[in-house]
Design a protein around this ligand. Structure first.
Ligand code: GDP
Length: 635
């Protein structure tokens, strides 16, 4: 379908002057003459007042129409396109297909909801097969402090820059490129799982491969374990860079064993995690490491569509005194061009200039390219999603919708999981596992608790311990929980002050226990709340048919005697000679001339069934009700 680049194509009549007076200056709309019954275009979101203006009706009329559909909106409330379309329909207007954003080359995507979680999912899912091409992998380096993350990044970069043909002095822009045999690899320059997970908590999915650096003389340390958990939680493949191999006390075998204990089995030990011995200091193994990255990337078959409008993630941003807000965007798909209108988090602007890491101006940046973007009106945050839109009008609408969304959620972090929310999600079939980050006083209790938790899993709900460790609950645990929709469980441990504050802002559910039984009991109770309640049939009672009375042409009434329990209206089975001959429903139940709700044992009554009318004397009518019981995991 041909889509227009502009959101205003097909509009009729003179435009109203742009509205800059209200809180929502975005959707400049014009009234459509009701006699002009062409299809009208609606923006992704619009306020009730603007919708009324668009139709030239009183806002009260719009509110009335909304109420008819069960939506209670105020005059300044933003409503989405679907809702607006509903009202439009009621008022006799035909609504055009949603305006789609294009990069002018036929690729397209919906213009709305760029900012919601669901939309993010969709945005990163490439559908346009014909235009997909391989793209460079994007790599994050993680590991324990002092194991050599920074040295390794520097060594890889300087090796290639020294050997490379590009020349020039690189500037720090938050990401850097390396070329090997004509193939590019992009490294994110902020090492550590903290930065990685902080971005993920903002909804960004940037990394394709995680290099976990382990010093061969020091082995697996607490932050190594964290890095592994963070990469696994993000489902990002891991390559182990066994660093400091130049040191005389390097002990690769010990590290490999420790890794196995941590659940990372290297290829040499029969697992599927590659390990590359390196030395950042002596510059040994760097080529092998980059080659391994390319190999792992090949297995992932990373693709992007350079022809669509760009989507990327901000990896770094700052205010520059002379140039204004400066942000590095890592373009993930599409091509970002000078002149594009972009929405970034809650801010927007027009790309005034793009620069590469050598500080050179570039006209465009394709998939898996980091570029410095000039032209934003405010400084965005690392992890914010960048998106090209059709024009400023759409940019304003999206930013406004984003702000409303954030405000209505009461802050950025409030979409996070509490145990209660998780129940609901699992109930709704949106979540199939309960994710837990477990911290204990001593590592000895970890095994016992993970085992106890594992026992609580059912066919419906898995328990996934994303990370476990000894020590107090830290901000990293909170970040991981926030990024992964997990809860944090502490056993015989405490939560640090900064972590507590982080938990409050990120709205992460933290639960502290000192008795294992209470911990498992709570989770079990929670899970039984989460499990789909079971529908159980309860036999209410039976009645024997003593007399069959015909009423009208086909209906019969069974004069019956209640032999046990009670007879109520609802489900019924008919028994004859020890067999069920029909399943039906008791439609009416009478004693003498009165309709009654129930008839107890030892009384007579008249029973009319909804469908079955072939009753005979001696038949037994068994009635039952269906009850909902919440299932316990113990059963
Ligand atoms: P980070 O905290 O993980 O970023 O670690 P750094 O890159 O800052 O390195 C920590 C220390 O280890 C520094 O003193 C480095 O010089 C040293 N180092 C890093 N890589 C190597 C290596 O391959 N061999 C040796 N001998 N020292 C290294």
């Amino acid at each position: 379908m041909a889509r227009s680049r502009s959101g205003t194509r097909g509009r009729r009549g003179p435009r109203k002057p742009p509205r800059r007076d209200g809180a929502f200056a975005g959707a400049s709309v014009q009234t459509v003459d009701p006699r002009e019954r062409g299809a009208i275009e609606l923006p992704a979101t619009i306020t009730v007042k603007e919708l009324a203006d668009l139709f030239g009706v009183n806002p009260a009329d719009v509110i009335r129409e909304l109420i008819k559909s069960g939506i209670f909106a105020t005059i300044n409330q933003l409503i989405d396109r679907d809702t607006a379309a509903l009202v439009a329909g009621e008022l006799g207007y035909e609504v055009a297909e949603p305006v789609l954003t294009t990069s002018g080359d036929g690729t397209e995507e919906g213009a709305d909801g760029a900012v919601s979680e669901a939309a993010k999912e969709e945005l990163f899912t490439e559908v346009d097969d014909a235009n997909l091409i391989s793209r460079a992998p994007i790599v994050t380096v993680m590991g324990h402090v002092d194991h050599g993350k920074t040295s390794l990044l520097d060594a890889i970069r300087s090796t290639t820059v020294a050997a490379g043909e590009r020349g020039g002095i690189t500037q720090h822009i938050g990401a850097s490129e390396v070329t090997k045999d004509g193939r590019r690899v992009v490294f994110l320059d902020t090492p550590g799982h903290e930065a990685f997970t902080a971005m993920r908590a903002r909804g960004a999915r940037v990394t394709d491969i995680a290099i976990v650096v382990v010093a061969a003389d020091d082995g697996v340390m607490p932050q190594t374990l964290e890095a592994i958990s963070h990469a696994k939680a993000a489902k990002v493949p891991i390559i182990i860079a066994l660093n400091k191999m130049d040191k005389p006390d390097a002990n690769p075998d010990r590290v490999k064993t420790e890794l196995t204990e941590a659940g990372v089995v290297v290829e040499e030990y029969g697992g599927d995690t590659p390990l590359v011995p390196v030395s950042a200091k002596s510059r040994v193994g760097l080529d092998d490491l980059v080659e391994m990255v390319l190999l792992v990337a090949d297995l992932q078959d990373l693709k992007a569509n350079p022809k669509r409008s760009a989507i990327g993630t901000i990896v770094e941003a700052r205010m520059d005194k002379s140039r204004g807000p400066v942000a590095t965007a890592l373009v993930q798909t599409g091509t970002l061009r000078v002149g594009d209108v972009i929405v970034v988090g809650e801010t927007f602007g027009r790309v005034r200039a793009l620069e590469n890491e050598l500080g050179k101006r570039i006209p465009k940046a394709g998939p898996a390219t980091a570029a410095v973007v000039l032209g934003l009106s405010e400084v965005p945050e690392a992890g914010d999603i960048l998106r090209v839109v059709a024009d400023e009008r759409e940019a304003r609408t999206l930013v406004e919708a984003r702000r409303t969304e954030v405000a209505s959620r009461g802050g950025e972090g409030s979409g996070r999981a509490t145990l209660e929310d998780l129940y609901r999600q699992i109930q709704a079939g949106q979540a199939k596992e309960l994710r837990i980050i477990l911290k204990t006083d001593v590592s000895g209790s970890l095994g016992a608790i993970t085992h106890a938790l594992g026992q609580l899993a059912t066919d419906e709900v898995k328990i996934n311990v994303l990370h476990e460790g000894a020590g107090e609950i830290t901000d990293n645990d909170i970040l991981l929980a926030s990024a992964s929709n997990a809860i944090v469980v502490g056993f015989n441990t405490r939560i640090g002050d900064t972590a507590r504050r982080a938990a409050e802002t990120e709205k992460v559910d933290v639960r502290l226990y000192d008795i294992i039984y209470q911990l498992t009991d709570d989770i079990e109770k929670a899970l039984s709340g989460l499990l789909e309640p079971e529908q159980v049939e309860v036999i209410e009672g039976r009645a024997e048919v003593r007399q069959v009375i015909k009423v009208g042409k086909s209906q019969v009434i069974a004069g019956s005697y209640v032999t046990d329990g009670r007879i109520v209206r609802g489900g019924a089975r008919i028994w004859r000679g020890g067999k069920v001959i029909a399943s039906d429903r008791i439609e009416s139940l009478r004693r003498f001339r009165d309709d009654v709700r129930e008839v107890a044992t030892g009384f007579e009554c008249g029973i009319a069934l909804a469908g079955f009318n072939d009753l005979q004397e001696g038949d037994v009518i068994e009635c039952f009700s269906t009850q909902t019981v919440s299932r316990s995991l113990a059963s």
